[in-house]
Design a protein. Sequence first.
Length: 567
Amino acid sequence: MRTSQFLLKTSRNDFGDAESTSHRLLLRTGMIQQLVSGIYTYAPLAQKSLAKISSIVRQEIDIQGGLEVRMPALQPRDIWEKTGRDLALGATLFSLKDRRNRELVLAPTHEEAVTLLAKSLIESYRDLPAIMYQIQNKFRDESRPRAGLIRVREFDMMDAYSFDRDFDGLDIAYEKMVNAYKRIFERLNLPVIIAEADSGAIGGKDSHEFILPVPSGEDTVIWCKKCNYAANIERAEFRHEYLGDDEEPKNIEEIYTPNMKTIDDVASYLDISIQKTLKAVFYFIDNKISMVMIRGDLDVNETKLLRILNGKEVRLATMEESLSAGLVSGSASAVEMSGVQIIADESVKWGSNFVAGANKLDYHFANVNFPRDFQVDVIGDIATAETGFGCPRCQETLDSSRGIEVGHVFKLGTSYSEDLDAFYLDDKGVQNPMVMGCYGIGIGRLLAAVIEQHNDENGILFPFSVSPFQVYLAPINMDKPEVLSVSESIHKDLIELGIDVLFDDRNESPGVKLNDADLLGFPVRLVVSPRTLKDQSVEVKFRSNLESDKIPLIKLKEKMSEIFFKD
């Protein structure tokens, strides 16, 4: 391909308002254009890379027995109402009406549609197991699209769905898909962390995310370097350790704490560790006000909070709502509190003689002990894990990293098949719900992730597997007949070898061409110039190296074959 025939437009603008390295480089290379917040057009250069990423994904899913289908993005809302996901997704779900006033949605995922497809195709145990997948547009009305292709409102995704007779079969399918994902990320040269995750609105029991650690990532993964435990921060557990001075519970007493409005103020005033305090946080959970009790040094994890309550929506209560429920600002606790649901983190059990609010202005209780001094409706792990906390699986401490979620897998179970009556006949003639799993990879997000992982101060460093072009052929001084003739011959030879080459036949200066070569980041750069032709050679430079080399023209074709087809 020649640049004169290819719509290539790079920019020297640094795009300082870009939120991530990949966003900035995608704009500078002209690979994407924003139409409106979270909605992008992909230029030819991006589309070539996306096609290669999609091909890798298809190959690996096909190896695991995946059958490619295509389902509509536009779907009737009533099938989403049957599963309850219209409410679970809320404003994230794009909704519209057709001319007949029928309510429709633009699908963010396809569990409902694929379950109905399986229902029509699968009759008995002889038809199972099965895996169906597609690569197709998805839509999510994100409240805050960000970082270019990292979080968008329209995107391409590979979504696969497994159907099995039982949960043992699901475990096998799940492992097969995890292995496929490992191969995909290996081929993209993305060193991911596989982390336990929350299932969110998709639902199901077990779930894992594939996280690429990068500083600009919007996700946080908690991990242990010793035992390899890893979990998304929404799911991560940690080892609770008793604050043990082995002191016996003392008699509760009221103490004067004037003008103490925060738990830090109280701890400082009483000259105690914040770990020896309990704090109360008021939430609205599914339109019901609730009090959460947690140790003073910990933060409430709202995802865990929803999970233990099987809730759908959570938000912090406003001051007005809290006051109406009996909150005394700066002095609230579950001690002598009534009229609200009380949830406690397990940390209330891992210590004694805490300080907590007395529900009375300027007063706190000392020597508060659970369950002697207060009762709760629900207790469980609702605290956020942090760096330095104890690993729940071994004696090491936990670390954390920012990262990008590049893949997600779920064990759905039977919830969708039961809601949509997708049953099969077993070998005894008994109807059973199909056991499902689902597996997603964002194609555009993978392109962004590759660029986040592979770049330097000059531009992108594309891996061979997904680079839009494999070779950048840069003739210098094209007005010289010999330079043009040799470049044309090399271009022809590379095409015959099956190598994807961009022949930069623009009438630009050497600096412009070589800077663009670095910015675009194709793996191999070939330079033909009067200087190289003096000794009948071509300058060869790998984008990942600083050094260049000269290859004799008569050996160039052999060298290129060695580079690209050595396996």
